[in-house]
Design a protein around this ligand. Structure first.
Ligand code: PNS
Length: 170
């Protein structure tokens, strides 16, 4: 059994994430998609909303599970039985950041020696990100290019709920 961890904020999950997860699922028997919770960075969507969106976007991809985890990526990898962490790379800037993280994680993992592999983002998706999705949502842009079809309806519902709550407060 080969297990791969794909940690991230997934705020929200994008088509780029799904592409990387799908490709990792071809290489590993189990892919654990972990929404890493950082209580100091609550972000845009709640953790449970992110998990529901990830489940909706990834349903139908065999061998993929979705979890939430609060703590270090290496501790999440250990708890999931993963020796490999996979991350998607869209640009040289991503690589600089991810390479530093990979080195830190390898050192932190000690004798477990958890390695990170990088999957090059599909060029047709490399300009989309969760932050682009958040901007599109804030200004009423079309989300279909960046959000997976499986989670688009649910995300639209969350956005409408947020707007209603915001209007109720003003
Ligand atoms: O989707 P993101 O925001 O690029 O994901 C970043 C994430 C959550 C994978 C990264 O911030 C992370 O691994 N956070 C957990 C803390 C950790 O293990 N840091 C690495 C060693 S300092």
């Amino acid at each position: 059994m080969s297990v791969c961890l794909i940690p991230g904020s997934y705020d929200p999950i994008t088509r780029g994430h799904v592409d990387v997860i799908q490709r990792a699922a071809v290489l590993f028997s189990d892919v654990v998609v972990a929404i890493l919770r950082n209580p100091e960075k609550p972000g845009w969507l709640t953790w449970d909303q992110r998990e529901a969106l990830a489940r909706a976007a990834l349903s139908g991809i065999q061998g993929v599970s979705v979890i939430q985890f609060e703590g270090l990526a290496v501790d999440c990898a250990r708890a999931s039985g993963a020796r490999v962490i996979a991350r998607g790379i869209r640009s040289i800037q991503d690589f600089e950041y991810e390479a530093a993280m990979a080195r830190a994680n390898r050192e932190l993992s000690g004798v477990d020696s958890i390695e990170t592999i990088f999957l090059a983002a599909d060029p047709s998706l490399a300009h989309w990100s969760s932050s682009a999705a958040r901007q599109l949502a804030a200004f009423g842009g079309t989300l279909a290019a960046v959000i997976p079809s499986g989670s688009l309806e649910l995300l639209t519902q969350y956005i409408l709920d947020m707007r209603r709550t915001a209007r109720g407060k003003s």
